[in-house]
Design a protein around this ligand. Sequence first.
Ligand code: FPP
Length: 253
Amino acid sequence: MAVAAAQKRADSETAERILAEYGLSAVPRHVAIIMDGNGRWARARGMPRLAGHHAGRENVRRITMACADAGVEVLTIYAFSTENWRRPADEVWGLMSLLAEAIDREAADLNRNNVRIHHSGSLDGISAALAKSVQRAVDLTASNTRMVLNVAFNYGGRAEIARAVRRMLAQGVDPEGITEERIGEFLDTAGLPDPDLVIRTAGEMRLSNFLLWQAAYAEYYATPVCWPEFGREELYRAFADFGRRTRRFGGLV
Ligand code: FPP
């Protein structure tokens, strides 16, 4: 208990220092990132695409800690989309291997850092070993409180909504009781706040089936920087930009 309190105090001191150092007026509660540009980053260096994904994976660790240090509550990363299955088999296989290694290797470290791992997406079609690793990591970190790392893996926003509808029907939910909040309870992100800030690296300007329901009122930030090079400074630049936005949620200020 005393350890948890000391950790919380240290966390808030770090967050305060970062806010002061980077002149941030606000840190988003939930940051969601489309980690694009691994392939381009690798090509520009004459390296195979998988080397880009490898560098991208290393960056996940940096950005996870940068978010935790700043006091972000939830970080969602788009690790593998339902559409990514269309890539050549060797790239799909390579991405799965990178993820499997990362989950087994990082879960203990994330656990030590009091980060809870959450999975959004489907484990259907995934190897039994990888599905087990994901579940093990989720179970191991279930009681952690510093930050949630929500890994969108084998995830697509439309597939998620279809899954939620199937679950509602299977549970016999009364049509009269279907509200926006009730739908949220059946999504993979149930219990998590909606994203405040969606960041996309590598310059594209699209949502690519990411958090379609949840990002309805998220602020959007695009940067030309490829994911492997999107570091702490870049992240806090995005937070600074977020802090200058006026969020109206459809109303007037
Ligand atoms: C997009 O870059 C990136 C992906 C499809 C995969 C992202 C996965 C990782 C960063 C590794 C995940 C690791 C963990 C631990 C979650 P792209 O290949 O589309 O790049 P390009 O548009 O330049 O070709």
